[in-house]
Write a protein that binds this ligand. Structure first.
Ligand SMILES: Nc1ncnc2c1ncn2[C@@H]1O[C@H](COP(=O)(O)OP(=O)(O)OP(=O)(O)O)[C@@H](O)[C@H]1O
Ligand SMILES: [Zn+2]
Length: 458
């Protein structure tokens, strides 16, 4: 079967055939969260997109190393600690755990390595020193700055010209900068905020150097894919690329760059600073994580998503359909099946999840039409193999429909189902209908299958 993966590469602005540097160890780095608060659904988009990519990569290649950093030194964290009185380490530990819990609820697995910035300060200092030694950076007033003039390719990832880059840097030109476009690698820390001893005095790293230092540490000077949201292309990834290519001479850093489009609310990017966000944590109170995930991958990762409740409702309905099929096939042991061809081809074509989901619906239709036991077993096997790549159908089908019921309620409903079955047997259809309608009035729908009756909330 054709398992060629194609991905849209931001650097060349073209769809490329993915050819790993080492097919025995595919290496991927994705920029992770700054941990001081709950993640919003926009922040979850790169997590879900790259989790899906990793699932596809793991399907094709024997070994994948997925690194996602944790930014636990940042002025937003310092500000939060000052406002709330909670210690920095408590804030970062608590919010990082909440992040993992929330993303886990979206079936996004923990990456293989999650390096924390504060545990890699030595590597960052070493990279700054190397950049200074080679003439790509300079120290001034306790700062270390990268000299963008020294790197001819600066701007090649974001395709910006100098004027745009200066405007994009959005900073008052500090007196210690030789050139307004130069960016900070290291900065001094006042006594009351976190800082580390360095050749330039007590200070802390800039954000960009963090990812250059940690990706090199865990993935080497060259690795396969660097990912993140499209807002990171400039300046963050442009600067990472410059730092890494200059510090590690001869390296071209990431071979492919992948960026997800933004999740939008009424035409604007969902973001903390705009305040137009809803946290994953809040959403999970009303929606299953899989519905959030499916709603997200229902749009191709490159496109913006207009986030609406309607999207979520549709995703939930699709999942109800998928879980109904599984529920009705509790008696069928799935065959071990390969991932269906058309479904896999969709995912291999630059992660075309909307097409893959359409194919998935076709698999479920095929299953629903199958009559012979072996056909059903095969179709069920295909559904499960495909679901694994999308990261859905990880719940127990019974729990999916009835999970929110306590034991007492579940027992009561089972009892009523039995009474109804008895009534039907005795041709007492009035009683049977009354039981059904009373339950329906409580939002509980009975469904009769060949081998019995199940219920679900509606
Ligand atoms: N609306 C969004 N849609 C898709 N990805 C997003 C969105 N907002 C942030 N991201 C991604 O989430 C990750 C973390 O971003 P970051 O910590 O800068 O959050 P943020 O909400 O954008 O912050 P702010 O709102 O203050 O700009 C990055 O990979 C970023 O690209
Ligand atoms: Zn980064």
């Amino acid at each position: 079967m054709n398992k060629t993966l194609r991905i849209f590469d931001t650097l060349t602005r073209e769809k490329q055939v993915f050819e790993p540097i080492d097919a025995n160890n595919v290496r991927l780095y994705v920029c992770g969260p700054t941990v001081y608060d709950y993640a919003h659904v926009g922040n979850a988009r790169p997590v879900v997109v790259f989790d899906t990519l990793v699932r596809v990569l793991r399907h094709i290649y024997p070994n994948v190393t997925y690194v996602r950093n944790v930014t636990d030194v940042d002025d937003k964290i310092n500000a939060r600690a000052k406002d709330s009185g909670e210690t920095i380490s408590d804030i970062t530990k608590r919010t990082h755990q909440a992040y993992l819990d929330d993303m886990g609820a979206l079936n996004a697995a923990k990456p293989d390595i999650e390096p924390r910035a504060t545990e890699h300060i030595a590597e960052m200092i070493a990279m700054c020193e190397s950049l200074i030694e080679q003439g790509f950076a300079y120290a001034a007033e306790g700062h270390v700055l990268f000299s963008v003039d020294k790197f001819d390719d600066y701007g090649k990832l974001s395709r910006r010209d100098r004027k745009e880059m200066i405007a994009g840097a959005r900073v008052e030109v500090a007196p210690y900068k030789k050139d307004p476009a130069d960016f900070v690698l290291w900065k001094p820390s006042e006594d009351d905020i976190p800082g580390w001893e360095s050749p330039w005095g007590r200070g802390r790293p800039g954000w960009h150097i963090e990812c250059s230092a940690m990706s090199t540490r865990y993935l080497g000077e060259n690795f396969d894919i660097h990912g993140g949201g499209s807002d990171l292309v400039f300046p963050h990834h442009e600067n990472e690329l410059a730092q890494s290519c200059c510090a590690n001479q001869g390296s071209s850093y990431a071979k492919y760059w992948m960026h997800n489009g933004h999740l939008m609310v009424e035409g604007e990017k969902m973001s903390k600073s705009l305040g137009n966000f809803v946290t994953v944590h809040e959403l999970l109170e009303s929606w299953p994580g899989e519905a959030i995930r499916l709603a997200m991958i229902g749009t191709h990762y490159h496109q913006p998503i207009n986030w609406t409740e309607d999207n979520l409702r549709q995703a939930k309905e699709s999942l109800d359909r998928f879980y109904t099929a599984l529920r009705q096939s509790a008696d069928v042991t799935p065959e071990d099946m390969p991932v269906p061809r058309l479904f896999l081809e969709a995912l291999c074509d630059d992660l075309n999840t909307p097409l893959a989901i359409a194919e998935f619906h076709n698999l479920v239709t095929r299953f629903n039409k199958a009559e012979k036991k072996y056909e059903r077993a095969e179709a069920k096997g295909e559904i499960l193999a495909a679901a694994k790549l999308l990261g859905i159908l990880e719940a127990d089908p019974e729990d999916w429909f009835t999970g929110s019921a306590g034991e007492d309620e579940a027992a009561e409903i089972d009892d009523l189902i039995e009474q109804r079955a008895d009534a039907k047997k005795n041709k007492d259809f009035a009683t049977a209908d009354k039981i059904r309608n009373d339950l329906l009035a409580r939002g509980i729908l009975l469904e009769d299958f060949k081998d019995g009756t199940s219920w679900k909330r509606v």
